[in-house]
Design a protein around this ligand. Structure first.
Ligand code: FAD
Length: 393
């Protein structure tokens, strides 16, 4: 064993850095591993987050915010538009800087951060779990010991697989995404745009999220079992139509997992946080806020565990219980919404956008209750109400 820590966090994304910071604040000896040489690079994300989704966990800082969002535009398959005005809708982050700051903060609080350090396996040997992590660090094999291991290694989570946690994603349970950071385009710097329709993005949607008044994240997500074409083919068509003259600055491909309540977040002394535990809003694909929340709770529970004299790994199950107590209902609700969304025809989407336009008019909205809004939309559409009876939840 090269060195021993109380806790090892694999992955310095939002979930991992948050967990490491909380552990360090509680005086726990924590190692934070990141396989890339630079934190936040590459980052495959459209970078949008709501005000509340961020500020519950981190104080927003203009240093790592690209745009402040006050309007949201929804465009239906036939081109119907609904513009929502919300004074504090959210932000488009500069995630490269945001992630660096998050990891830096964890390190300032006392976490040991190692970049260019890829976890390559878990070390067996403990009766009720794993006694550490095997790491390829700057090309050299190392072994680090730990009482608790937090897998915050994203959608492809190898930590989950090594721990024997079922993390396979069927085609219908993942969104396949393609995104360009484009320049030399004209965008409203305080407006998110969403485009719906089977020909735009089957089973998903396209987005234009401004990074400034002439750059934007333009991307889309498709459900792979809905189309034989790749997300990038849809994106190439969409971006040309939306911005006849554009320059591609960066290209990103990636997958977004859908929430699955059957997936366990804890096995023995291994905890999964963020995308590794599929803690994503299945309708929008948003996962940053849940990554922060799950990292925080995982860090708190692991800290309490380390302070106990007589430790039983069953105590760690509190992490999964607490996360689901706080967010389980909402994530299940978004899973139902996605099931409904996948059944909607282009006509239904047109009707829903028209309904929203009439319902909200031109007024400024300061808060939205998603559950009651979805109920109201469904009640406005007899076809959807009929469909609901056939959905198996
Ligand atoms: C195209 C796209 C657009 C998106 N847009 C949005 C959006 O606008 N808003 C939103 O809220 N969400 C969005 N998401 C989802 C969001 O990006 C994720 O939910 C979020 O990044 C999850 O954070 P995380 O910390 O769990 O994982 P990640 O951000 O994936 O971080 C995991 C980290 O672990 C590291 N790692 C992986 N394996 C190892 C290993 N073996 N050893 C060491 N390190 C390892 C990785 O390098 C990475 O740094 C989008 C996703 C995609 C693909």
């Amino acid at each position: 064993m090269d060195e021993k820590f109380d806790c090892i966090v694999v992955g310095a994304g939002p979930a991992g850095s948050m967990a490491a910071r909380i552990l360090a604040e509680n005086g726990v000896e924590v190692l934070l591993l990141e396989k890339h040489p630079e934190i936040g690079v590459p980052v495959s994300c459209a970078e949008a987050i709501s005000c509340t989704g961020l500020s519950q966990f981190v104080t927003p800082n203009p240093e790592w915010i690209s745009s402040f969002i006050h309007h949201v535009l929804l465009v239906s398959p036939s081109g119907k538009k609904f513009l929502l005005h919300h004074p504090d809708a959210g932000f488009v982050l500069n995630r490269k800087l945001f992630e660096k700051k998050m990891a830096e903060e964890a390190s300032f609080k006392g976490a040991r951060l190692k970049v260019n350090s890829c976890a390559v396996g878990l070390l067996d040997g403990k009766p009720d779990g794993f006694h550490g992590v095997a790491v390829l660090e700057d090309g050299k094999k190392k072994e680090y010991g730990a009482e608790v291991i937090i897998g915050a290694d994203g959608v492809e989570s190898w930590v989950a697989r090594w721990a024997g946690m079922d993390s396979t994603l069927p085609l219908g349970q993942i969104e396949s995404c393609a995104q360009y950071l484009v320049g030399e385009v004209e965008v409203e710097p305080d407006r998110l745009e969403f485009y719906l329709g089977q020909s735009v993005a089957p089973g998903g949607y396209a987005w234009v999220f401004p990074k400034s008044d002439n750059t934007a994240n333009v991307g889309l997500a498709v459900t792979p079992d809905r189309t034989s074409k790749k997300a990038k083919e849809y994106l190439d068509r969409f971006v040309k139509e939306r911005f006849p003259h554009f320059k591609v600055i960066e290209t990103h491909m990636g997958g977004v997992p859908c929430f699955d309540r059957k997936i366990s977040l804890v096995h023995q002394n291994v905890l999964l946080a963020g995308d590794a535990g599929r803690l994503v809003d299945s309708l929008s694909g948003a996962g940053i806020s849940n990554a922060l929340r799950s990292g925080k709770i995982a860090g708190e529970v692991a800290s309490q565990y380390m302070k106990k004299g007589n430790r039983s790994s069953s105590y760690l199950r509190r992490y999964g219980e607490q996360f689901l107590e706080e967010k389980g209902r909402e994530l299940r609700f978004y899973s139902y919404c996605r099931a409904i969304y996948l059944k909607m025809t282009d006509q239904d989407l047109d009707d829903a956008v028209s309904f929203l336009r009439d319902y909200f008019g031109n007024r400024t909205v300061t808060s939205i209750q998603p559950i009651s809004l979805v109920k109201t939309i469904l009640q406005s559409n007899r076809h959807l109400l009929r469909l609901l009876r056939h959905l198996v939840w």
